[in-house]
Structures are given as structure tokens and as C-alpha cells.
Write a protein that binds this ligand. Sequence first.
Ligand code: P1T
Length: 377
Amino acid sequence: MGFSTDAIHAGQIPDPTTGAVITPIYQTSTYAQDALGVNKGYEYGRTHNLTREALEKNIAALEKGKYGIAFASGLAAIQSILGLVKSGDHIIATENVYGGTYRLMELIFKDYGLEFSWVDTSNVVKIRKAVRPNTKLIYIETPTNPMLRLTDLRTVKGICKKYDLISVVDNTFMTPYFQKPLLFGIDVVLHSTTKYINGHSDVIGGIVITNNPKIHERIRYLQNAIGAVPSPFDCWLTLRATKTLAVRMKQHNENAKRIAKFLSENPKVKKVIYPGLRNHPHYSLAKRQMSGYGGMITADFGDLKSAKKVLNRVKVFTLGESLGGVESLISHPASMTHASIPKREREKLGITEGLIRFSVGIEDVEDLIADIEHALK
Ligand code: P1T
């Protein structure tokens, strides 16, 4: 089936009791058992929930994966992935990931004996050099948050095959509408469903998708054992949202392309980073492994003073953390999403005080451009 058909139908069958077309919210913590040891396959809400199962099947289908395992947040999904390795194991991770991902790995899990190397994974030589005898997993964010650098998925898959490593891709920025890492042979895909997948800025959630039965078994075990599960209502809202994922992503992409061009032509903007611009260092890779460029733009306004003016003056864009909603958001990575990264590290990555991140929504693009134009005057 095509993407939109799967988005609307996959994982959802009319409710067997009433024929309700929309999967009900199974708002229950437990299930009546027919007799001791006899049940309908549902025992306890943390372990089984039909609304959650529908969501898991739906997003797995969009990623061309067999298994989806949903979590209460993107970070809970990432934590479950760290359960694929053990104390003493080494992980190679993209140096510029979401600040919370860095915090979880470097400031929490390092203390539990995991080793991390933060690598520019857009450079294959650097990935190869980072492999150690105890390396078990490569964790990729592409495009990265917020510098929008890309990693070649085919190359990562090749390295993982050679050294018998697990490959993981955070596909939050692209969504399966524009990028399907599993089709490149990547083992595990994850999302903060909080972002584009839900797309309405009203749910925090995460999901892990894989075709590998062993990885599925382990992550499923951890989902229940750790217990960071999403509520049935959140699953229902997210399931409702995936139905329009294709139309939303098309519009995010169209609007962002127009705004990236507008920003590029404005002399007050020092640098515009958008994978769909020809001057992006990974433009040709973007064309090869993505079918669109997404709705995220990062731009450097030179210094904090200039950035502050833009951040404080916009009216249609809302100043706030997060991204991927239908409404446009604007943020300051250095003091917001990436504040937990030490200043020196941050600046090495290019996350300077003058940097602004735009999450371009699906409003009328003329209004968005007028809003930025006004803020820049
Ligand atoms: O917020 P949560 O649902 O736990 O997801 C964490 C996460 C994981 N991966 C990526 C690429 C992300 O961008 C995020 C969360 N990011 C923001 C809140 C932000 O404003 O960038």
C-alpha cells in the first residue's frame, strides 16, 4: 500500500464489539480473567493495551518495519535502546544529537559503565577510526538537531555489517514520509513522536521500530520491565495524527524551502542551514537518501543581541522548545534545547549564541515570511 493508505489504515480494524471505525481508547489498567490462567491475551495495562498496539502497528508499517514498541517519550525510547548493550560496551554516537540525548548518554549512562565516542558521523573515516574491540552500537541522528548535518545510512550499514554492530537511527526530523532508514538496512529506527509524527504539540511520546525479532524481543521486554509506557489517550491522539502525516510533511517541506530561500537572500542573516539548499555540505546525500528536506531550518544571526531581537519580535512563530507541530516555533538552541552540552563542546559543533532554529509550521507561508521580515527590520 502507499504511504497515505497505510497511515490511515495500518494497524486499525473496526472494533470487534461495535464496529466503531476508529480504534477506541482502551482506558483500563487491568482486564478481567476468565479463570485462573485463562485470559484474552490482555492481563495488565502496562504490558498490553489495544490502543497502543494499534499505534505501534501503524507507525511500524510507515517505517516498513515489522515491530513497533511505543514509549512515554522520545527519551524513554532512547533509554530502551541503551538496554541493547551492557556495562563495558562502547557506543559510537553522532556528535551533534538532541541535547537531552547527550545528557542521557554522557551524564547518566556513562556512570553505569557504558562508553561513548562523540563522532562526526557525516565522515565515514571518523566512524571507522572510532570502532574499538568493545564497540556494540552506532547511534545516528540524521539530520542532526540543530545543525542539520547528514550521515550516509548506506555507509553506516556497511560498517555495522563488517564489525557486527547494531545500527540505530533517530528519524524524528525526517519521519518515514521523507526517510526510511530500515530500507537502507539500518537495524533500529526511533522517533520522538512528540514531534512531526503527532504533529499537534499536544502529546509527549516515543517509538522504536525494527525488523529484527531479537531486538524486538529485548525492547518489548524493557518496555514492560521499565514501564515508561504511553497512556491510551496519548496513543489515540497520535494515531489520529498519523492519518495526516503525509499532507502535513508536504506542507512543512514547501514552507521551509520558501523560508530558507528568503533567509538566504537577507543580508542580516550570516548563514542559513537547510538540507534543501544547494550550498548545504550534504545536499547531494540529502537528494540520495531523503525524498524531501523537512521543515527545520537553522540560521546564524551573528551574535546573541541580533538573535534575541528576532526571537523576541516574531509574532506568528512562537518562542518555545520542541518542533514538528503544525504551528511554527522558534528557539535558541544554545540556551534551550542544547543547554546541557558544555559551552566549549557546543561551540565546536557550531551551536553559537547567534544561532536560531526554526520549526516551520504549515500556516500560510506569506504570513511566516512577513513575520520574520518584520522581526528583522
Ligand atoms: O522530548 P522527547 O519526546 O523525550 O524526545 C527527545 C528527542 C529525541 N530525538 C530528537 C531528535 C529530539 O529532537 C528530541 C526532543 N527535542 C526537543 C524537545 C527539541 O526541541 O529539540
